[in-house]
Write a protein that binds this ligand. Structure first.
Ligand code: 0PR
Length: 378
């Protein structure tokens, strides 16, 4: 095929894909990347952070961007990586716990945890104790305290922005338990990491503890994904550790590379995720992210009000830009919506449809969607 034909053929395939800007993708934690990404991807297309000695500029950017995210999370000395996504980030954190303890590590994890942890358990022979959730859909801290005091536990996982409901576990309490009992605490803020620091006061609720970062002494590592609310293109996940000595639990000898230790799970890895995250964070700044988060939160509240007008109730008053709409048969409703061109996801912890109000979801899409959803119910 000549170039023209190749591109034409590819365009046909691309036409089959849904487009974020059409506003029909309502169940995704990803969105259209910031427009500067195209230029940055072109500039950094061939870079490979798997061999950082060859791409010293890109490696420097990674160190800088980890510094920037570290500052956002109140720890300038954090070390970490921009990797493929939240899954790799969580796998790396679980690897640290496993290698620190050097045996089948026992880890307390909330029932609301993302399925990437199930992959970690499967691959690394970890022993997970699933912690029940409270009526607020957050980790039962009393259960954690009692369990840790009575058993030998190696790690605790808390979530700041759960996948299904956007709930925030009480990380401050988990941190105290972790310190008192010398247990490793990992926080999965894959989604919430680029939301919580930018939430305007008016969207915060009194009864929720929003502290989730390194300012809490017990927090050892945090997953925070630029390719979700950070507006970076895929792949760009983030893993940050409290301090550099933890690196030894990740390092694998790679004697023939320009850097002889490798800590990430993926070997050959893109540099453009790093460059895009650096560029977008510099361009938007804290005010830019605050504006985006406020718009999403405004639309989230708009969706809940609109739904209520049609008698459709929410499972919880949304904490971040995730809405769970009660539905007796979410699987069936989800399929019916798909037939009509709307793509939502569903919750498994409760009978509900799940909508992530990402920046591509606008009020006009919400208006249309709620009408369609209501029409399915009559
Ligand atoms: N931790 C949390 C809290 C998550 O919500 C997710 C993904 C991960 C870790 C894993 O991140 P990666 O998928 O980057 O490895 N949550 C989304 C979900 O399962 C991922 C997603 C994104 C799914 C876009 C669909 C989609 O269209 O819902």
């Amino acid at each position: 095929m000549d170039e023209k034909k190749v591109l034409e053929a590819l365009k046909e395939y691309r036409k089959i894909d849904l487009k974020y800007e059409d506003g029909r993708i309502l169940g995704s934690m990803c969105t259209k990347p910031h427009p500067i990404s195209k230029k940055i991807v072109e500039m950094f297309l061939e870079t490979n952070l798997g061999d950082p000695g060859l791409f010293k500029g890109t490696k420097k950017l990674e160190e800088e961007v980890i510094g920037m995210i570290g500052e956002l999370l109140h720890n300038k000395n954090a070390f970490g990586y921009i990797i493929t996504g939240g899954t790799e980030a969580n796998l790396m954190a679980m690897r640290v716990i496993k290698n620190m303890k050097n045996r089948n590590a026992k880890i307390l994890i909330p029932e609301t945890a993302h399925f990437s942890f199930d992959k970690a358990e499967d691959m690394m022979d970890l022993k997970f104790i699933k912690v029940p959730i409270t009526k607020d859909y957050t980790i039962d801290v009393d259960f954690v305290r009692d369990y840790v005091e009575d058993h030998k536990v190696d790690g605790i996982v808390g979530i700041a922005g759960s996948t299904e409901l956007g709930t925030i576990d009480n990380i401050e309490e988990l941190s105290k338990i972790a310190i008192d009992n010398d247990v490793y605490l990992h926080v999965d803020a894959a989604f919430g990491g680029f939301v919580i620091p930018f939430l305007d006061k008016k969207y915060k609720k009194k009864r929720i503890n929003y502290n989730f970062d390194f300012s809490l002494e017990g927090v050892c590592s945090i997953t925070i994904d630029p390719h979700k609310m950070g507006l970076s293109p895929i792949p760009a996940g983030g893993i940050l550790f409290r301090n550099t000595p933890l690196k030894k639990y990740l390092d694998i000898e790679a004697p023939y590379l320009t850097e002889t230790q490798q800590a990430t799970i993926v070997g050959t890895r893109v540099g453009f995720g790093v460059a895009c995250t650096w560029g977008i964070m510099k361009l938007l700044g804290k005010d830019g992210y605050k504006k985006i988060v406020s718009e999403c939160m405004g639309n989230t509240i708009y969706l809940t009000k609109k739904a209520r007008e049609y008698g459709i109730e929410c499972v919880i008053d949304p904490i971040m830009n995730i809405v769970a709409l009660k539905d007796e048969n979410p699987n069936e409703t989800c399929l019916k919506l798909r037939e009509k061109g709307w793509y939502v996801s569903i919750c498994k912890c409760v009978n509900a449809l799940r909508i992530v109000v990402m920046p591509h979801v606008k009020k006009e899409h919400i208006d249309e969607f709620v009408e369609v959803l209501a029409s399915l119910r009559v």
